[in-house]
Design a binder for this molecule. Structure first.
Ligand SMILES: *Cc1c(COP(=O)(O)O)cnc(C)c1O
Length: 351
């Protein structure tokens, strides 16, 4: 087997030589004391890109989402999100385990994790319910953009704005899981700051399409930062000379952010080629960003497909009995996409 194409996720990217050089050269200090200039530079840079007052650097996207949620929701409180949301499906049950909050999952008609004001309105509790001893207190609405399990889908900006406005008018705060906000921006052309403006807290990941080894950020108002720093410390996320990681983030913003659209073009190209493979079904028009979800219409379904593709040197993940996910990223070049598709075609023919 020649090269391995790892399309399981955009998290598999490895730091490039340039990124490693930037990390090695980073000026550092103890960030628990607030002394790491590179961390501060990254926090200021991302806050300003997103049009927010302040930011806090954390090791993972999960910690970013969860300290944001924990700064708003406590025991017995309720948050609304869509049923497939990362915060309630892929973070180890943290919403209940860490904060004692409960969630209501919106089963959006879009099927892509993108819900409407009507779908939210149907779940809002009446005004004054905070004084009702029977009711959980609704505190938060969370949205994910792009939406991972929804297919890497992008919220239309007006819809994002109207849903957030409704939540705010009902007295809820709004969190945006923007792990892939970069992809939403690249796909829609809507500025990051306009997307982020809908939310009180926004989490973003540096280790997905941007290709750093680790690191996420929460952007919000300055007044919320001390609470976020406390929760980060409580979860064990207060790190010391993190400037080495922050330097990777600064490098990524300069070098990898401008090329995110390439991943989208590659995903589209992969989908177009896979659509012609007998036994697979994929709708290229549904590919909005860097994720390609494919239905396997062969006996053995997604598990057999995954194994056959692995033998051909292409890695993917299964997301259902018949569904697999392939993700394009920094470490798969355009020229490799055709080769990956050819290998997948060979693998499918064996099923
Ligand atoms: C990856 C991801 C996260 C964070 O994941 P970590 O692995 O903890 O960094 C959060 N939200 C979404 C939508 C994601 O895809």
């Amino acid at each position: 087997m020649s090269e391995l194409f790892d399309l399981r996720s955009d998290t598999v990217t490895r730091p490039s030589a340039g990124m490693r050089a930037a990390m090695a050269a980073a000026v550092v200090g103890d960030d628990v004391f607030g002394d790491d200039p590179t961390v501060r530079e990254l926090e200021e840079k991302v806050a300003s890109l997103l049009g927010k007052e302040a930011a806090i650097f954390v090791p993972t996207g999960t910690m970013a989402n969860q300290i944001a949620i924990g700064s708003i929701c406590g025991p017995g409180d309720e948050l609304l999100c869509d049923r497939g949301a990362h915060i309630v499906n892929f973070e180890g049950g943290a919403v209940s385990a860490l904060w004692g909050a409960q969630s209501i999952g919106i089963d959006s008609r879009s099927g892509r994790g993108i819900f409407t004001t009507d779908e939210v309105r149907a779940l809002l509790r009446p005004p004054g319910h905070h004084d009702d001893v029977l009711a959980p207190r609704q505190r938060l609405l969370s949205m994910e953009n792009t939406h991972n399990r929804g297919g890497g889908s992008v919220w239309p900006i007006e819809q994002l704005e109207s849903v957030a406005a409704l939540a705010h008018s009902a007295g809820l705060l709004v969190h945006l899981d923007g792990a892939r906000i970069w992809n939403a921006q690249a796909a829609s052309g809507v500025p990051l700051a306009r997307i982020a403006a809908v939310a009180d807290t926004v989490s973003v990941c540096l280790s997905k399409g941007l290709g750093t080894p680790a690191g996420s950020i929460v952007c919000t108002q300055s007044i919320r930062i001390p609470t976020l720093r406390r929760l980060r410390k409580r979860l064990g996320g207060g790190m010391r000379q993190t400037g080495v990681l922050a330097a990777a983030g600064l490098y990524a913003l300069a070098h990898n952010l401008p090329r995110i659209a390439d991943d989208h073009a590659n995903a589209k190209r992969l989908a177009e080629q896979l659509a012609r493979v007998p036994g697979l079904s994929v709708e290229p028009a549904q590919i909005e960003t860097n994720m390609v979800f494919v239905n396997v219409e062969r006996a053995g379904g997604s598990a057999a497909f995954k194994e056959a593709a692995r033998k051909e040197g292409v890695l993917c993940i299964t997301t259902g009995e018949r569904r697999v996910r392939l993700v394009t990223h920094l470490d798969v070049a355009r020229a490799q996409i055709d080769e990956a598709a050819a290998r997948i075609a060979r693998a499918t023919a064996t099923l």
